[in-house]
Ligand binder design. Structure first.
Ligand code: 5AD
Ligand code: SF4
Length: 441
């Protein structure tokens, strides 16, 4: 029999990338090998994102173009998972008649049965939230993966209900994996040659917060840093309100913990932060950054920012720009506010025009460019430590990242992949740095 093949398309955040690995593992157990080409595929799975309306619209667009693919291959089985699947459930089957199956964010463990039903021609949707650890099934039980860096999911879900955000509705309540399971996965990663681990969660620093005093995340970081063979440790995404003293202390004590934190502020004005239900003020946020910097003076901070939240005035927006300058973010991911179903903010009066919002986004992007460039310029003429991850942008180049998460490309031997190197920084490109290894006299 011919090997069956599945083509998996992943949209959205790192959690979806991690889930797609688990989807691929489950499909392997059902006899499907992964293929990069849609034309080869017997099955296509879209792992979807609904955090903003555009991401969701894109999925419908792609599902529409799949009709063409079905003309070429009428037996193609199309499935949808992830956040759009969770949000729409059965309705998605009604809306897209050529779709065969829909699985929610907690239902990856049901895939074997769902696949076999879909193969026998049935159409089905499974999107119930579940409380038990089954939702954590399928994380690697062997080291059949490659690469120098690896994301390891330590918790899923979110209990914060920020007023603009759909995540709590499509990902459910916060649940943490056990430290034992996580450490097992870390050790497997090390065996497979991984040097840098990024701990992943929608709210990574509230790891096990429900059942403890908030120190569980710091303890986890300490026990992973103690694993032999780990060179570097990162984590994302952190919520400012859950930055605890034990966590800040880790930045003083753990050399392997990288000098970078992604700490989304979302807005710089207290009025907007309150409307967003973020649970901190501008002053609280800045105080936490100051405490982090006291422990780790060279820490790079990145952020997510929403512009044009309902009711945001020019003065509110100006406070966001001021805060960015005060923190000096090394990077930020900024988005125009997008109303999402079920969320509180979707009902709030919103007077700013689309043009105003896009103008604010442009101003913000311009400021970020200046801040990134300024921080990178400081590195010119210096040697920085880089963990080499793979082939670089140009032929003959390799690339890696600094502890502060800046990308450096430099001429070098691919045999250096996995090692720490100290290139001299010779050029500041906007999104990366150029380095060279050889000693200059
Ligand atoms: N509109 C715009 N951006 C959003 N984000 C989350 N929800 C929305 C929304 N409704 C952004 C936040 C979050 C990032 C992952 O996406 O900045 O941190
Ligand atoms: Fe969304 Fe807020 Fe939870 Fe982040 S913390 S996932 S922004 S609700």
């Amino acid at each position: 029999m011919m090997q069956k093949k599945v083509h998996i398309l992943t949209y959205g955040c790192q959690m979806n990338v991690s889930d797609s690995e688990r989807i691929a593992a489950s499909l392997r157990n059902c006899g499907y090998a992964e293929t990069d080409s849609l034309d080869d595929a017997d099955m296509v799975i879209l792992n979807t994102c609904s955090v903003r309306a555009k991401a969701e619209e894109r999925i419908y667009g792609i599902l529409h173009t799949m009709k063409g693919q079905l003309k070429k291959n009428p037996d193609l089985i199309i499935g949808v998972g992830g956040c759009v699947a969770q949000q729409e459930g059965k309705q998605l089957l009604e809306r897209v008649p050529h779709l065969r199956f829909v699985f929610g964010t907690h239902n990856l463990h049901l895939l074997p049965r769902m696949i076999s039903e879909a193969e026998s021609g049935r159409r089905l949707a499974e999107t119930d939230f579940i409380d038990d650890d089954k939702r954590f099934d399928l994380y690697p039980q062997n080291s059949d993966f490659s690469g120098v860096t690896r994301f390891i999911t330590i918790m899923q879900g979110c209990d914060n209900y920020c007023s603009y955000c759909i995540v709590p509705y499509v990902r459910g309540r916060e649940v943490s994996r056990s430290p034992e399971d996580i450490l097992t996965e870390v050790r497997l990663a090390v065996e497979a040659g991984v040097k840098e681990v990024t701990l992943l969660g929608q709210n990574v620093n509230s790891y096990m917060a429900k059942s403890g005093d908030g120190s569980a995340f710091a303890e986890l970081l300490r026990s992973i840093a103690a694993v032999d063979g780990i060179t570097r440790l990162r984590f994302m995404t952190s919520h400012p309100k859950d930055i605890s003293k034990p966590l800040i202390d880790c930045f003083a004590d753990l050399d392997k913990l990288c000098s970078h934190i992604h700490l989304p502020v979302q807005a710089g004005s207290d009025r907007i932060l309150q409307l967003m239900k973020r649970g901190y003020t501008r002053a609280d946020y800045l105080a936490k950054i100051a405490r982090l910097r006291a422990m780790r003076p060279d820490i790079y901070v990145t952020s997510d920012i929403i512009v044009g939240f309902p009711g945001e005035t020019e003065a509110d927006f100006q406070q966001t720009l001021d805060l960015m300058e005060e923190v000096v973010y090394s990077d930020s991911y900024s988005f125009v506010y997008s109303p999402r179903p079920e969320t509180k903010a979707a009902l709030m009066p919103d007077n700013a025009t689309k043009e105003e919002k896009h103008q604010r986004l442009d101003r913000l992007l311009k400021l970020q460019k200046k801040l990134t460039s300024g921080l990178q310029a400081v590195l010119l003429g210096k040697r920085v430590e880089v963990l080499v991850e793979g082939a670089g942008r140009m032929p003959g180049q390799i690339f890696g990242r600094t502890s502060g998460n800046r990308v450096v490309n430099f001429p070098g031997d691919p045999a250096l992949v996995g090692s720490l190197q100290l290139p001299l920084i010779v050029r500041n490109n906007q999104n990366s740095l150029l380095g060279r290894l050889e000693v200059i006299s």
